[in-house]
Ligand binder design. Structure first.
Ligand code: 13P
Ligand code: SF4
Length: 338
């Protein structure tokens, strides 16, 4: 308890210090007392990733939330992820260490906008990326994540119109891979991934001619990467468009010595753990999600100690959203969990 006031975490951490050990012990003890499982997204700060019971992408963490036996889930990620856990596990207490941890992509469409869009395309199947609020999920037929978006869209009969939301870059990627012409894409974006652009990628790729490129499909540079490959500037086999979980699978299997990574920089920690012999470098080392970074070691300790902040979803919304989320976790392979 005494550690809370004095806790001074910096991006460099406090490796091996007394405070570090005290924090670690206290968090684990409080988690035991609360019968809590600690889930952390791949973009969390390294201390949070290292203390969590499970680290993964949003699909893997949703699956764990749905299946875990613990009474409490402490979700070290952003709010829509904790909401998804609550939808899947309504009987459990779901805590988020900082309730302000939102998502600019989830904020790019609300339920009313979606209802209007549906009105323009009667009969269309609505596919929502998991980065959406519970209200939007309640208006959705099937959710997807970056791990399974293509499988989800391919599961829909070819003659049905599809409304894909909210990420335009992921939508463009799905359109490209599925070749579907009846897929309409909402023009939303994540401010972090949209900020990783094609010119940064081209410059980094030119400076590292042997490096593989791992690119999250939310990135503004995903199209540029495919363009560069198409132009022969980067060999196509070096370009991989991957979810955060898919990046970890690829890292474990790669023969490359250097990999350029286009996603939020928290990802580098898991990649370096998964393949210590590989040199992983960020395409844009300022691509940091301020919402993900709101979950600090001190906030996690407070959350477990005080049982805050509890995430709730109104029962009628959860009821309507659950089917869409359950269809998402049933489709595609798990990715990213350690
Ligand atoms: P993943 O689905 O790959 O975990 O990504 C989630 C996210 O928020 C991307 O910004
Ligand atoms: Fe949302 Fe972007 Fe942060 Fe992911 S990185 S949580 S999409 S704001």
């Amino acid at each position: 308890m005494a550690a809370t006031a004095a806790l001074k975490w910096t991006p460099a951490g406090y490796p091996g210090s007394e405070l570090d050990r005290a924090w670690h012990q206290e968090v684990r003890e409080l988690a035991r007392q609360r019968d809590a499982v600690l889930l952390a997204h791949n973009y969390q700060v390294s201390e949070i990733q290292d203390i969590a019971d499970h680290v993964g992408d949003s699909l893997a963490l949703s699956r764990i939330a749905a299946d875990c036996a613990a009474r409490t889930i402490v979700f070290c990620g952003v709010h829509f992820m904790a909401e998804t856990a609550k939808i899947l596990a309504p009987g459990k207490t779901v805590l988020i260490p900082d309730t302000r941890a939102g998502c600019s992509l989830a904020d790019s469409i609300d339920a009313e906008q979606l209802r209007d869009w549906k009105g323009e395309h009667p009969g269309a199947v609505v596919v929502s990326y998991v980065n959406t609020t519970a209200d939007v999920k309640a208006e959705t037929d099937i959710c997807c994540t970056s791990s399974n978006a293509i499988e989800v869209v391919n599961s829909i009969p070819a003659d049905r119109e599809v409304l894909f939301l909210p990420d335009q870059f992921l939508g463009a990627h799905v359109q490209r891979v599925t070749g579907r012409t009846n897929l309409h894409v909402w023009a939303g974006e994540c401010h972090v991934h949209a900020g990783i652009n094609g010119s940064q990628l081209a410059a980094k790729a030119a400076a590292a001619p042997d490096a593989e490129l791992y690119i999250h499909p939310e990135c503004g540079c995903a199209t540029s990467a495919l363009y560069l490959a198409g132009e022969g500037a980067v060999p196509a086999e070096r370009v991989r468009i991957l979810s955060t979980g898919g990046m970890l699978d690829a890292a474990r299997a790669t023969g490359a010595r250097e990999v350029l990574v286009a996603t939020e920089i928290g990802m580098l920690h898991q990649l370096r753990r998964a393949a210590p012999g590989v040199d992983f470098r960020a395409v844009n080392d300022r691509a940091s999600c301020r919402y993900m970074k709101m979950i600090t070691p001190a906030a996690l300790l407070r959350s477990l100690r005080d049982g805050v902040d509890e995430v709730t979803v109104p029962a009628d919304i959860a009821e309507r959203a659950r089917g869409a989320v359950q269809r998402m976790i049933a489709i595609g392979r798990p990715g990213g969990d350690e």
